[in-house]
Design a protein around this ligand. Structure first.
Ligand SMILES: Cc1ncc(COP(=O)(O)O)c(C=O)c1O
Length: 360
């Protein structure tokens, strides 16, 4: 029996995709083998590699002049790859710290270049996104780095910061393909696949082509964007199976109306859950309302003991992985693209039942 899986990542995948993967597990498309067993230099795999790129380009509206890469090492590897590839002109970069991951990105940036924190929301435990203006960034910074959706703290940007021409780099790991974005607002976008677009093991990088010509000579070859571009992400053995599953997720998203359709459903799911929390007089989400994430919804009950009881009882009722991150505590419901509205309805029904049974 399938459960409703609210994990922040690896996250739930559409059952239709899992069925397709199962069907292809023994014999992919008449090849007599699974994608796991296939040479990455074979024609069928090259087709998968090309198709995955084509679908992502189409679904996100990635313009010409941007390269799309499928690489390994997770989003975390990009914390190093970005400064080593594009932070090489003035060796300066500005970071906006809005949570745990952007802080790690900043610290890794500081290993490679002169990294500065342009703004931070740590003063209020990352419950908001700071106001940003072009004057807050150093004019000679090689890039400004932001994290669009903060998976742990449940915040997200509501607009793209104006950097007045400084290349903007964005970690979209926990919201890629959940809402429409204008790719040309960014110089570089990266995202680990395991939340919204597939299994762990593959990371998407979308990079403006003109920025791929300036890697630090000491940049490891696997991290070099020019090398990955030249080799169509096949410099060494790529994460074939993960990329294949991404292709199936993208096919599925396209069949269901693409990103605009997903965005509508995502906003409705999140609104339902926040409305319930706000009206419950029992559960609390402490993020400033305008910055509330559409993907990750943290909340607490009146006590830590009740939080623990909630998580355990929810799991007994088929609502799993609701434990909040250790930095925040309480609960967190990650409601990525693949979480159906019925899952959110089931969670709200359980929350109401739990409240009635436990309210003092
Ligand atoms: C926003 C964000 N950035 C980066 C990461 C790190 O990703 P990875 O585990 O793929 O390195 C995560 C993982 O949860 C994340 O949510």
């Amino acid at each position: 029996m399938r459960v409703y899986n609210f994990s922040a990542g690896p996250g739930t995948l559409p059952p239709e995709v899992l069925e397709r993967v199962r069907k292809h597990l023994i014999d992919y498309d008449g090849t007599g083998m699974s994608v796991m067993e296939m040479s990455h230099r074979s024609k069928p795999y090259m087709k998968i590699n090309d198709k995955t790129e084509e679908l992502l380009r189409e679904l996100m509206g990635v313009p010409d002049g941007y390269d799309i890469l499928f690489v390994q090492g997770g989003a975390t590897n990009q914390f190093s790859a970005v400064p080593l590839n594009i932070g090489t002109v003035n060796r300066k970069a500005d970071y906006v710290v809005t949570g745990n991951f952007s802080k790690i990105a900043y610290k890794e940036g500081a290993v490679h270049l002169d990294a500065a924190i342009a703004a931070s929301s740590e003063d209020k435990n990352f419950t908001y996104i700071p106001d940003l203006a072009p004057s807050m960034f150093r004019r000679d910074a090689d890039f400004v780095h932001i994290c669009y959706n903060n998976t742990i703290f449940g915040t997200r940007y509501t607009s793209v910061p104006d950097t007045d021409g400084i290349p903007l780099v964005c970690d979209m790991s926990s919201m890629i393909l959940s809402q429409e974005v204008n790719v040309s607002d960014y110089a570089l976008i990266y995202a680990g696949a395991q939340k919204n677009i597939g299994p762990a093991g593959v990371t998407v990088v979308i990079v403006r082509h003109d920025l791929t010509d300036r890697a630090d000579p000491k940049c490891p070859v696997m991290l070099r964007y020019d090398n990955q571009v030249k080799n169509k992400s096949l410099f060494n053995t790529p994460p074939c199976f993960s990329t294949y599953v991404v292709m199936e997720v993208l096919n599925n998203l396209k069949e269901h109306g693409g990103v605009a359709a997903a965005q509508k459903i995502n906003e409705a799911k999140a609104a339902k859950l926040y409305d319930y929390i706000d009206s419950s007089d029992y559960y609390v989400n402490s993020v400033q309302k305008e910055f509330r994430s559409v993907m990750n919804v943290p909340f607490v009950s009146p006590s830590k003991d009740l939080d623990d009881k909630f998580v355990a009882q929810a799991a007994e009722n088929g609502l799993v992985s609701l434990k909040g991150h250790r930095l925040v505590g309480g609960m967190r419901a990650s409601i990525y693209n693949a979480m159906p509205t019925e899952g959110v309805d089931a969670l709200i029904a359980f929350m109401e039942k739990f409240k009635k049974e436990n309210k003092a």
